[in-house]
Structures are given as C-alpha cells and as structure tokens.
Design a protein around this ligand. Sequence first.
Ligand code: MG
Length: 373
Amino acid sequence: MSATRRLVILGATGTVGIQTLRILEQTDSPLQIVALSAHDRGEELISLSQPLKGAHTFLTSDPEQNARLLAFLRSGDYEVCLNAVVGAAGLPYSEAVLTAGRDLALANKESLVLAGELLTRLARATGAEILPVDSEHAAIHQCLLGADPTAVRRLYLTASGGALRDLPLNQLAEVMPERALDHPNWDMGPRITVDSATMMNKALEVIEACHLFHMPAEQVSVLVHRQSVIHSMVEFVDGSMLAQMGPPDMAFPILYALHYPERRPAPLQGFDPQLFASLTLTEPDPQRYPALALGFDAARRGGVAGAVLNAADEVAVAAFLEGDLRFPEITDLCASVLRSIPENMPADTMDDILAADFWAREQAHEALSALQA
Ligand code: MG
C-alpha cells in the first residue's frame, strides 16, 4: 500500500480540475486533497470542497486569499500540486511550487511557454519534478522513461487539426465562435479549443516540449493525426520509434502525472485497436495553420518570445470570442506582435517575463483598436 501523498489542485472549477476530482473519486488513490483554488467561482469551489474533509480553499480573485495561497504553496506542506489554472495567470503558482521543491503536475502549459528556462532551472535546483498534464507531453514523457537523453533524435507532437480542419480555406474568415468551439475529439475549455482550431495550441506545445525535454526546435515535428489516438512519438538515434496511445481523455495524463512514478489501477478502458484500424499522420498545411510557424519561430528565438506569443494569443482569442476579431486575424495579430519585440528585451528574471507579458498585451490591444478603427 502506498503512503498518502497530499495533493493541491489549482483551478479546481475548470475543465481539468473537475475531471481530476471526478477520476480520483473513482480510483483507489493514495492522494489526499488538502487544498483547492478557483479564481472567482466561490460557490462551486465550496461545493467541490465539501466532501473533502478539512481541505483549504482559496479564491484567487481576492488578493488576500491569493497571497495566502502563494504562501501555502511556498511552505511545501504537500507533496504534489496540480496547476490547472488557465493562461499566464498560472505562472506565479508554478514558481511557488518549484521553489518549495514539490512536484508540479502541470496542466498550465503557459508556465513553460512564458518562463521555461527559469522554471526548469529552478526545478533542477530544488529537486522538484515537472510532470506534464498535456496529452502530447505526457506521451513523450512515457516514451522517454529509462531512455538516455542523448539517444533521442526527434520528438513528434500529434495534432487533431481542430474544429475547422475540413472547412474550405476561403470560409475561415466567416467562422463564428460556436463553430470554432466544436472540437471533434477533445472536450476542453474555450481558449484551448479555439487554439486547437488555429493550431496555436500546438505552436505553444512546441515551445513547451523544447523546455520540458531540453530539445532544440529543429528536433521537434508536428503531424496532423485526426483520430487523436497516438498522443505523440519519440524517434531514437537508431531509428526506432515509440508512440504512446490511448483514447482522447485527459483522465490518462492526469492519473499518470499525479501518481508518477507509480501506475495505479483505474476504471478506464484502453482504445480498441480494431475500431481504429486506420490511423493517419500527415504534415500540417501551413496555409490552414499559419500559427504553427510562429511557435517554431518563438521556440528558436527563446527569451521573451514565448511570453509575447502567448499574451498576444490570449488577447486575440478573447476578442474573437467576443465577436471583435475574425478567425484568421487571431494569428495575424499574434504575428504582428511577435514581429515587433524590441531587441534585447530582458528575460533573466520572473519580473522580466511578466513585463514582456504586459508589454505584449498592450501591443495586442493597440493592434486590435487599429483594426477596429
Ligand atoms: Mg495538448
């Protein structure tokens, strides 16, 4: 029997937070939930915490409670923290967990996109593990178990192609938010679903993979895989390839990250290989998905480029969902902000990164007003 491990869930009322609570309820797990946070859904947070006797709750929209949460995370009075906050707002919590030397199950990919160099260095210094709760990166993490890092030739991230993968290119400009939010395979929050349709999600995942697995962008490829059964692949220097497969269900990467290095029995079915007798993998069309090149560009440039790309995208997607921006303009706006980064913008500290994030949001809002003028 495993020893109890104390778990903190940040972003408990979001899609990943709810899925985590649900799957843990159905699994014989040594995890004991000791704290939950939400941004402003106070009533939902209280009702989620009720069955968890004695769990602390924090509402991060209240500055005092947010400060208490950060102090609690830095205290290290837990073994593992799931960060399922959406967007750049998740970064300070990742930093606090890693500073405490505690394991970070990371569903907030923005933390690595913004500050991958700083966070991976911090984790090495404190002995903390960063365990990706992102299906592609969880797949690669599993393919790399026991592998010599110098024996890796290439990482292949798979992409579903998103909600608009079959729409004729000349109709993309007319797409309404509801259409972009109707993902064929995955059930996710609104921002990431729109990001799947533009493939900005994959662009950010390229940056995430480079940091997490210490790979240059030149050794990362993206393939469109419509069935979302192969979650990613690793090619080794001897030409051998490993793929991790399973149904498109976030419960798998959640359970893997939270129990790592253990594997716990779970009430989940594998995929039926006969049902998916035909699996397709193709190169993404750069005309349909111009956002993907922005991710490779930002990964190559390093520094603040990831933070800038992410911030511009957060602003652009929000504007699209409000009806203030056409679908192809999401990527156009991100490209223009990425192009305008001043030379030598520092990226040495967390404050530098947050300043770049702030700068990029201002630039994106300016570009947005210019479009609307
Ligand atoms: Mg993913």
